[in-house]
Design a protein around this ligand. Structure first.
Ligand code: FMN
Length: 170
């Protein structure tokens, strides 16, 4: 059996090619939240979330440096990662849009440090921010998981710039 030949590597990929190739890596979809200093809830759709360490329990995600919410996440000290279930696609769209009050939809309650937790999420990680650093055009956040809730619901999937449901296990 012959393996498919990968497209030739380019020495320095353009942003479009990079984005397209990175899109081959299927991810879940999360809404990462915190509470800003005046006390308002803050959140955005995010698929850069990933596991980093089991002992200690660490996770990571990145926020574009131009985000109007950067100061809130840097100052908050805590954040929550809400892993979206397959029926929460509209919330994903909402939290990636310019909707004025993103939290007007969904059922939310306060977690550690006031970070909003989403009822019906597949899993929720409440984290203390242990570091944030500028990396390229994003800021990399690393958090220590203080608490988690695992509803074991089927997740929403993002691949190739589109939403998917999990396929059957072959
Ligand atoms: C599936 C998906 C994943 C995303 N992942 C990220 C991410 O990891 N980091 C990021 O900064 N923006 C990400 N975005 C874009 C933000 O959700 C979008 O730019 C949002 O408007 C940012 O909110 P803000 O402008 O309030 O920061 C993602 C969008 C989608 C649809």
């Amino acid at each position: 059996m012959s393996l498919p030949t990968p497209a030739p590597a380019t020495p320095s990929p353009g942003t479009r090619e990079l984005r397209t190739a990175l899109g081959r890596f299927a991810t879940g979809v999360t809404i990462v939240t915190c509470r800003d200093t005046p006390g308002a809830p803050v959140g955005l759709t995010c698929n850069s979330f990933n596991a980093l360490s089991l002992e200690p329990p660490l996770v990571l995600w990145s926020l574009r440096r131009a985000s109007p919410n950067l100061a809130a996440f840097v100052g908050a000290g805590h954040f929550a990662v809400n892993v979206l279930a397959e029926d929460q696609i509209e919330l994903s769209r909402r939290f990636a849009s310019s909707a004025p009050d993103r939290f007007a939809e969904g059922v939310w309650h306060d977690g550690t440090g006031g970070a909003p937790l989403l009822v019906g999420a597949a899993a929720v990680f409440e984290c203390e921010t242990v570091s944030h650093q500028d990396v390229g055009d994003h800021v990399l956040f690393i958090g220590r998981v203080l608490r988690l809730a695992d509803a074991a619901l089927p997740p929403l999937v993002f691949h190739g710039g589109r939403y998917h449901l999990l396929g059957e296990i072959l």
